[in-house]
Design a binder for this molecule. Structure first.
Ligand SMILES: C[S@@+](CC[C@H](N)C(=O)[O-])C[C@H]1O[C@@H](n2cnc3c(N)ncnc32)[C@H](O)[C@@H]1O
Length: 252
């Protein structure tokens, strides 16, 4: 992780180092303006969840947490360990709002913080969570505010083909669960066949493990992908076949 961070800091560029007009605009309009996004309601819920000491039983369908594998967890701990942080949450929100994206898909709801960031601006967000108790909590917290979220309780691979074929259009996918090489490559291949030329395909935790990094590097070198952009935590790829294939390491 430290080695990956040093390499990221050494290679990351800001707007001055970007020659692609699409990526230049993305950097100036999305990355640099993410911080100004009004997400007060989401932060209010996050603060409430951080004080919630109820324990729930967890069904772990992913690669496990690096911070312990006990089967029962406090809601407050889940938020600390799993939820997208404010900086990256706002990046998701700004991305959806700036490009006016209609339909988003999330793999890994957890307590729905990332889901909510997208749902503020999207027409519809479908989010999949394997653990029944986490799914119920997320649904309870966010359904009253967002009628545009469809919560699905299932293991990703058991439901992904049906979910993808039920969607008219896929504008953004946020893959944030089961961070291993094989599952990540499998989700990517399925999503790629549904993605249009401008679908944002986002991977969280690209430096979480050797397997995730290998998957990310392979995804970037796929000939179907012409634009790949990475921050330290997240990676984003698009087909954008009109553009020359290029990879960008961006300061954030
Ligand atoms: C890192 S958390 C998601 C955080 C959330 N996206 C956010 O922005 O706050 C990953 C979630 O994915 C779920 N998960 C992991 N592997 C899964 C699988 N194979 N099928 C279904 N859910 C899975 C876990 O139960 C966990 O709640």
């Amino acid at each position: 992780m430290l080695k990956a961070y040093i390499s990221y800091r050494k290679n990351a560029v800001n707007a001055h180092g970007i020659h692609s007009p699409f990526v230049f605009e993305f950097y100036n309009e999305v990355v640099l303006k993410a911080k100004a996004l009004d997400d007060e309601y989401i932060q209010h819920v996050r603060r409430t969840l951080l004080k919630d000491n109820r324990e729930i039983e967890i069904t772990d369908l992913g690669q496990g947490s690096k911070k312990g594998n006990s089967n029962s967890r406090k809601i407050s701990e889940l938020v600390k360990v799993q939820a997208v942080d404010r900086k990256y949450g706002r990046l998701l929100g700004r991305l959806v709002s700036y490009y006016k994206l209609d339909t988003c898909l999330e793999l890994g709801t957890s307590l729905g913080i990332g889901t909510a960031h997208m749902a503020e601006y999207a027409k519809k967000v479908i989010t999949i969570e394997g653990c029944p108790n986490i799914y119920s909590e997320a649904k309870k917290f966010w359904s009253p505010r967002f009628g545009n979220i469809e919560f699905v309780n299932a293991e990703f691979s058991s439901v992904l083909p049906q979910v993808l074929s039920s969607m008219d259009k896929l504008d953004l996918v946020y893959i944030d669960g089961n961070h291993g090489y094989e599952p990540t490559m499998d989700y990517f291949k399925q999503i790629l066949s549904k993605a249009h030329n401008d679908t944002f395909i986002i991977f969280d935790d690209i430096n979480w493990s050797e397997g995730m990094r290998r998957a990310w590097d392979e995804i970037c070198s796929s000939k179907e992908i012409h634009v790949s952009m990475e921050f330290f935590r997240m990676g984003i790829v698009l087909k954008r076949h009109e553009q020359a294939k290029e990879h960008f390491v961006l300061k954030f």
